[in-house]
Design a protein. Structure first.
Ligand code: GDP
Length: 365
């Protein structure tokens, strides 16, 4: 399963946020395929559509989809040189599919900051630089192998050499790999390097308790936003401390607390949605009398592969998928009405599933 790693310097609020994640925790009985590991937090993906479908179909139960956050502790300056838990930290980042970088934007005299003062941009640059240095090392190693063959005019080596040099140049001017533009073909080669700075990233600005509803006066958040926008990255504003309180609540209680705080959606819910997007994930639904359920797939997946997420038999024996877009189903009010309106399609093996598709798979056993 794809996972987003939570990183950040010490004392920025990572553990507090991660506690909120595990606190909000999904009922793991529903997700037997999820990792059981103290560093992994399984969260349900909030989706308003699931509520609507439940009202429409009135199933016995409703099951949201879930995904995993991984807590990655231990980044310090010098990690790429193996300081502290440096190497371990980097190898943990290598295993995640996207990065959520928590940045301290709250002021609290009682909580020391590793570098002495709150300075989110310097914090971000410290971490990003370690990742860039680690990638530089990877690329230099590879270059030393490819260089000789490239000099002998080996076509493949020359092709790779050009890519590696482009990456090296970027790293040497403090740019991450994701900022370098490549063709799809080049990108396939780049992926094989398993670089850290190619992974998509978002920033989590951790603000003070009194700024949950409105962080527009927080200059640190403004700085993070400006930095992120240059990278085309998203910023989610949370107050980790309050998130852990919200995470203990559910349903109406949660709604009431959010209203008290003056916010529509918890920071954690926003973070979950944004991370899901960042990982390139999307949701399709199954909607039967027994169960209405959301399923996670990777954008671009075809119908049989999506069927295989439910059960391998569904993929192996795949015949067709009865498919209706969520919007169409809701507009028409029922499966029957949608069918009469000609909105229910029979899709075959080549169909690329879309976010919000409501699907019924037909298969041979
Ligand atoms: P980590 O080292 O990044 O995992 O940071 P922690 O989650 O352990 O937080 C470090 C300290 O900052 C703890 O004492 C937290 O209670 C505190 N803290 C975390 N988030 C906030 C916040 O939003 N506001 C304030 N005032 N303190 C926070």
């Amino acid at each position: 399963a794809l996972t987003a790693g939570i990183v950040g310097l010490p004392n920025v609020g990572k553990s507090t946020l991660f506690n909120a994640i595990t606190q909000a925790g999904a009922e793991s009985a529903n997700y037997p395929f999820c990792t059981i590991d103290p560093n992994v937090g399984i969260v349900e993906v909030p989706d308003e559509r699931l509520q609507k479908l439940t009202e429409l179909v009135k199933p016995k139960k409703t099951i949201p989809t879930a995904f995993e956050f991984t807590d990655i502790a231990g980044i310090v300056k010098g990690a790429s040189k193996g300081e502290g838990l440096g190497n371990k930290f980097l190898s943990h980042i290598r295993e995640v599919d996207a990065i959520c970088q928590v940045v301290r934007c709250f002021v609290d005299e009682n909580i020391t900051h590793v570098s002495g003062k709150v300075d989110p941009i310097s914090d971000i640059e410290t971490i990003n630089l370690e990742l860039i240095l680690a990638d530089l090392e990877t690329v230099e190693k590879r270059l030393s192998r490819v260089e000789k063959m490239a000099k002998q005019k080996d076509k493949d080596a020359m092709y790779e050499h050009e890519i590696l040099v482009k990456l090296k140049d970027a790293f040497e001017s403090d740019q991450p790999a994701r900022a370098v533009s490549f063709t799809d073909e080049q990108l396939r080669l780049v992926k094989q390097l398993h670089l850290l700075t190619i992974k998509p990233i978002l920033y989590v600005a951790n603000v003070g308790e009194d700024e949950v509803a409105d962080a527009s006066n927080n200059e640190y958040v403004a700085q993070v936003r400006e930095y992120a926008s240059k990278e085309g990255a998203e910023v989610i504003v949370v107050c980790a401390k309050i998130e852990s309180e919200i995470a203990e609540l559910e349903g109406e209680e949660k709604d009431m607390f959010l209203e008290e705080l003056g916010i529509e959606e918890s920071g954690l819910d926003q973070l979950i949605k944004a991370s899901y997007q960042l990982l390139g994930l999307a949701t399709y639904f199954t909607a039967g009398e027994q169960e209405v359920r959301a399923w996670t797939f990777k954008k671009g997946m075809k119908a049989p592969e999506c069927a295989g997420i439910i059960h391998t038999d569904f993929e192996r024996g795949f015949i067709r998928a009865e498919t209706v877009a969520y919007e169409e189903l809701v507009t028409n009010g029922s499966m029957g009405a949608a069918r009469e309106a000609g909105k229910v399609r029979l899709e075959g093996k080549e169909y690329i599933v879309k976010d919000g598709d409501v699907m019924h798979f037909r298969f041979n056993v």
